[in-house]
Design a protein around this ligand. Structure first.
Ligand SMILES: CC(=O)SCCNC(=O)CCNC(=O)[C@H](O)C(C)(C)COP(=O)(O)OP(=O)(O)OC[C@H]1O[C@@H](n2cnc3c(N)ncnc32)[C@H](O)[C@@H]1OP(=O)(O)O
Ligand SMILES: O=C([O-])CC(=O)C(=O)O
Length: 391
């Protein structure tokens, strides 16, 4: 019940109920939009993109096919995929504003802040920047998906004083990115694993960053503005920023003292990053794949320290709190084994989620209504105005 309708304000005696007392705090279980993009069964631990089980897509669909599926509504046939691939290659050219500013941005901004700025700048150079028509949105979705890995790679090169090779049009997004960021030609199995990571992170119903994108898009603002809102939202450690924090935790504790360190953190009331989820009440299906890939890379690199530590953390957190790892937990050790710098883990998440965010903006614009929830007033009432000298 809203405070106004009860007629009981702060001055009306008795503490009024607040949203904090309600099960919907943080909009838990509130259905905020209809979508045909992804679906989660949180009790069974299942995830679907446009009706396809994530377990069927992981290791089979490429990231490019997945992006097409989300943005264009169906899995592409060979011709459709080739045409989409060519569109991605054409669309990844970065504009003049990005080129002119990336050096200074790389000096002054951390990776997710930099991406927020760079995507905003690239919007100014987009040929369809003033349109939210369906065709313009489809083109922008492809360009944003193609440009994001290049923005991350060029940012990394700018801050390290290096240079990146231009993307090879015959290689996938995953292969080009690994090559550009690690500076070495990745093994095919590493490319396949990274590509699967991109597929696993592509979309996830009404997660916080997607919601932010849809709220922005629902004002009939443009796609780049919505993506800037999403990037700022993904950055936080309760959302996409958790993958970087997982790696920092692994690096900060002794491999022989994992159980004690985790128990101490929990006893001190700390959250263990990479665990818990608003929707999954069982294993996150993406974590199943990421755990397996982390183990495989640990074995192939001959250094299983972070995988063993992760497994032990998982056991202790489950025993102590009954919490399961989420997508961010094993992604951390996978990216580490692939040679990706820790502070680029969340940018990597954004490379993948760009496909989902842009598809949600298209969906929002296609059947729009302003998103404007209500709030519950819990402040003072009937305040009497006093001139400044009397306060
Ligand atoms: C891609 C993604 O965004 S996946 C999520 C990435 N985020 C993280 O990994 C950060 C750590 N996890 C969390 O903070 C939470 O589990 C969230 C944000 C993911 C979900 O949040 P909510 O659904 O709001 O759950 P909330 O934070 O209220 O937690 C419920 C209870 O579980 C506890 N809890 C939840 N997650 C954790 C955790 N990782 N470590 C320790 N305790 C936890 C809370 O302390 C709380 O306990 P209490 O009831 O005794 O106060
Ligand atoms: O759905 C969520 O709340 C967070 C998440 O796992 C994701 O965005 O992939």
């Amino acid at each position: 019940m809203k405070q106004h309708s009860s007629g009981e304000g702060a001055s009306g005696g008795g503490a009024p109920p607040t949203v904090a007392d309600k099960p919907t705090k943080g909009l838990a279980d509130v259905v905020a939009a209809s979508t045909a993009l992804s679906d989660i069964d949180g009790k069974a631990g299942r995830l679907f993109y446009r009706g396809y089980d994530i377990h069927d897509l992981a290791g089979r669909a490429t990231f490019e096919e997945t992006a097409y599926l989300l943005q264009r509504g169906k899995l592409p046939d060979r011709e459709g995929l080739e045409a989409y691939g060519a569109e991605l290659v054409r669309g990844r050219e970065l504009g003049a504003l990005v080129a002119a500013n990336i050096g200074e941005i790389a000096e002054k901004q951390k990776p997710m802040e930099a991406l927020r700025s760079l995507v905003s700048l690239s919007g100014a150079d987009d040929p369809d920047k003033d349109s939210i028509a369906p065709e313009a949105n489809l083109g922008k979705a492809a360009r944003l998906t193609a440009q994001q890995p290049l923005l991350v790679a060029r940012y990394h090169a700018a801050r390290t004083g290096g240079s990146v090779p231009d993307p090879d049009p015959s290689l996938s997004i995953a292969a080009n990115f690994l090559l550009q960021v690690t500076g070495r030609t990745p093994a095919q199995r590493e490319v396949d694993i990274f590509d699967t990571c991109l597929v696993l992170h592509a979309d996830h119903t009404m997660n916080a960053s997607t919601f932010a994108a849809r709220v922005c898009a629902a004002t009939l603002s443009d796609m780049h503005s919505a993506i800037v809102a999403a990037i700022g939202t993904l950055k936080g450690p309760l959302h996409g920023g958790a993958n970087e924090q997982v790696m920092k935790t692994l690096e900060s504790i002794s491999p022989t003292g994992v159980a004690q360190a985790v128990r101490d953190k929990l006893a001190a009331g700390e959250k263990i990053m990479g665990f818990g989820h608003r929707v999954y009440k069982t294993e996150d299906p993406r974590a199943t794949h990421l755990r397996r890939m982390s183990q495989e890379l640990a074995e192939s690199t001959g250094d299983d320290t972070y995988f063993r530590m992760s497994k032990e953390m998982e056991e202790v957190v489950f025993e102590t709190k009954g919490l399961y790892p989420n997508v961010d937990f094993y992604a951390a050790s996978v990216y580490h084994y692939l040679g990706i710098p820790t502070d680029l883990f969340t940018p990597v998440f954004s490379i993948s989620r760009m496909s989902g965010w842009t598809a949600h903006v298209i969906e929002q614009h296609a059947d729009n209504r302003l998103i404007r929830p209500d709030s519950e007033y819990i402040g003072e009432r009937d305040q009497k105005w006093k001139p400044i000298e009397e306060r």
